[in-house]
Design a protein around this ligand. Structure first.
Ligand code: IVH
Length: 684
């Protein structure tokens, strides 16, 4: 006789499981991770095993899956869709126990050869039965309760991986293909990233993405979801000549019929080869392009499968061997932000340590404020954490019923972090953007490496040799805080860094020195102001002529510049409103960074407006690129060849045919000094 508390516990478990079942199967809105559900289910199974009188006909242990949605027509499966027994012992002992059982049931003696198995992956999606009649897909159904499923033919037709017609001249009269509709991880990530961008709800996980899409009443919506399919077995078969006699050969045949079959499968002889498969896949689980929750072992010979038969909807010839769950429950202990290389503040949940997807997770991304709002994640909440593949762990949902009472306040990034935790600069959320950003720019250490690389890049200050390995060392060793510090580096310091020798250090020093002589456009671009690219930097340089004019510009004067709209205006205003940024600019000037400046606002297009110049030979101090920039900054155009339309040819040493051509056509020829005089007139 069961103790009263066992009776009560079983009833409570049944209610809870039913609730989760409904949320999962019927509403496609899971309330707890699978692992938690499995624990509840196993506890109930154990209780019922101990006290068989507790088993009721409506116990969730007595049926396979969920109830079909009323909105889809119901379909009776010609051959029931079975489920697989799960080996709870996930160590090698699980595979050995299965092999022992199979051998016993088949009446094999120890001296008999090893049983041949087919080892494959256990895909994490939605089971589907595809019915082909004379090679044509006529119906598709979900498993439902195993006997009756839902007709989801319309939606299944939208899955490109599923053939609408089998590739055969003589297809079987009836061929039911069974397999899993799933969503690849990269498709899932891409889909969610796009949804996040447009502020639309994201999918909880790929499995839910697959299940939700197939059980979506509107096939047009289903069609937008990137789904895939793998076959793993058969249902009803009528009139298949030369039908295969093993499971492995069946999958090979399906592949030839144009049905997708996963390549990760292997014929194994005996338990040890199953153990090796399980181990091998475990090592590569993270790098698979889709989620799996385990592997499946099947007796390969179909005659042996028939001999083994099944018990209560679970075949004796198959077993699932699971891996650690990729979703678990834990508690959010705090919400903090991480400042990325582009200054975006990403909210991160600090979690009570939890073992998920094979590792202990203590942090999970919350993506951005919109996602926090949509999921309503608060400190103290119990949440579902997902870690699959190499993707950063994320909080997928809150278990609302476990929220502490009284409810903790909502989390708002801007409220909690009005200034950047890395540098103390102001934090802003630009209109129309999901991201919250630090305005610290060059000053913010989190952004410093990226900013330094940009500063030194070819189209900015053009410091050759200042690459990412070096920037990492300079920032990590606190040798460089702002780009101005680059101009304080000496030979000894540089030569002491990894991968640096005296010679390369000397070359770098020379490149740093040479970069001091630049143009205003390059300098503006080098500052790394958001949304100010090379072209905008040139336009700004041409328009304002001098840096101080740009710094002092009002939003009105800024929007007067060609192609400068409100977004760029706001970025520039914010950048120069930050005292740190002005300090960096001043330090760079003190360090000797200079460019030809023009005073006064250049409403005219520049002294060389409408003029075409040609550069030839080597100039004594300016690089060709620098000369070109200066000419462009003054409104001129640099052409590659001399014609009657050329206004000036700027000739250096070893000028050749272009100089001769200029003389022939009577085009004015200047040297570098002449060019500089011409440009200096710009300000006058
Ligand atoms: S065979 C013989 N093979 O697991 C039983 N099922 O509990 C018929 N599943 O929902 C299933 N990968 O959708 C089989 N390689 C695989 C599988 C697989 C995933 C799913 C299946 C079903 C559940 C069975």
């Amino acid at each position: 006789m069961a103790a009263p508390d066992a009776v009560a516990r079983a009833a409570a478990l049944r209610r809870e499981i039913e609730r989760h079942n409904c949320a999962y199967y019927v509403l496609d809105a899971p309330t707890v991770p699978d692992a938690e559900y499995d624990r509840l289910f196993r506890e109930l199974q154990a209780l019922e095993a101990e006290f068989p009188e507790l088993v009721t006909p409506d116990s969730p242990t007595q049926r396979v899956g969920g109830r079909p949605l009323d909105a889809f027509p119901k379909v009776h499966h010609a051959v029931p869709m079975l489920s697989i027994r799960t080996e709870t012992d996930t160590t090698a002992a699980g595979a050995r126990a299965f092999d022992v059982r199979v051998r016993k049931e088949l009446g094999l003696a120890e001296s008999d050869p090893p049983v041949e198995y087919h080892a494959e992956l256990k895909f994490d999606g939605l089971a589907i039965n595809l019915r082909y009649e004379h090679g044509v897909l006529v119906a598709a159904a979900t498993r439902g309760d195993g006997e009756t499923g839902e007709a989801v033919t319309q939606n299944v037709r939208t899955v490109h991986a599923i053939p609408l017609r089998l590739a055969s001249d003589r297809p079987p009269a009836v061929l039911e293909v069974r397999g899993e509709v799933y969503m690849r991880r990269d498709d899932f990530e891409r889909y969610n990233a796009r949804q996040r961008e447009v502020g639309q709800p994201t999918l909880v996980n790929p499995r839910n993405g697959a299940a939700g899409s197939i059980r979506q009443l509107d096939p047009a919506v289903a069609a937008q979801r990137p789904l895939s399919f793998f076959a793993y077995g058969l249902g009803e078969v009528v009139g298949w000549d030369d039908a295969p006699v093993t499971h492995g050969a069946t999958l090979d045949a399906l592949l030839r019929l144009g049905v997708p079959v996963c390549a990760e499968r292997r014929v194994c002889r005996g338990a040890e080869e199953l153990v090796a498969f399980h181990h091998d896949i475990a090592l590569r689980r993270d790098s698979l392009p889709f989620d799996i929750d385990g592997v499946v072992y099947k007796v390969n010979r179909l005659d042996q499968q028939r001999a083994l038969g099944f018990v209560t909807r679970e075949p004796r010839w198959a077993v699932a061997h699971k891996y650690p769950a990729q979703e678990e429950l834990t508690v959010v202990e705090a919400i903090e932000v991480q400042v990325g290389r582009t200054g975006v503040l990403t909210p991160v949940a600090r979690l009570a340590p939890v073992f998920v997807g094979g590792v202990t997770v203590t942090n999970a991304t919350l993506h951005n404020q919109d996602e926090i709002d949509r999921k309503d994640v608060r400190v103290g909440d119990t949440v579902i954490v997902r870690r699959a593949g190499d993707v950063i762990p994320e909080v997928v949902a809150v278990v609302a019923e476990r929220r502490p009472v009284p409810a903790p306040p909502r989390f708002d990034i801007l409220q909690s972090y009005p200034v950047c935790p890395e540098c103390g600069s102001h934090v802003v959320r630009l209109e129309g953007e999901a991201a919250v950003r630090c305005t610290g720019g060059l000053y913010c250490p989190a952004q410093r490496k990226q900013a330094l690389l940009h500063f030194a890049s070819r189209r900015a200050m053009d410091i050759e040799g200042l690459g990412d390995k070096l920037v990492d060392q300079l920032v990590d060793r606190e040798l460089v805080h702002t780009p101005a510090d680059v101009y304080r580096l000496d030979l000894a310091t540089l030569a002491g860094l990894e991968r640096m020798a005296e010679k390369s250090a000397a070359r770098l020093i020379a490149a740093i020195e040479a970069s001091k002589s630049t143009t205003l456009a390059r300098f503006i671009f080098a500052l790394g102001i958001r949304n100010v690219g090379e072209t905008t930097a040139k336009d700004l340089a041409r328009h304002f002529g001098a840096l101080d004019a740009l710094i002092g510009a009002t939003p009105q004067t800024l929007t007067a510049v060609r192609d400068v709209g409100p977004v760029v205006t706001e970025a520039i205003t914010q950048f120069f409103a930050e005292p740190h940024n002005l300090d960096v600019v001043a330090a760079l000037r003190r360090a000797g960074v200079h460019w030809p400046e023009q005073t006064g606002t250049q409403e005219s297009a520049g002294i060389l407006a409408g003029r075409t110049l040609v550069l030839t030979g080597t100039l004594p101090t300016l690089t060709r690129e620098a000369a070109k920039e200066m000419i462009e900054a003054a409104g001129g155009k640099v052409a590659g060849s001399v014609s009657k339309k050329t206004d000036y040819v700027i000739a250096g040493s070893e000028a050749g045919s272009k100089l001769a051509k200029a003389q022939e056509l009577g085009v004015a020829v200047l040297d570098e000094a002449g060019l500089l005089v011409l440009l200096a007139r710009q300000g006058g």
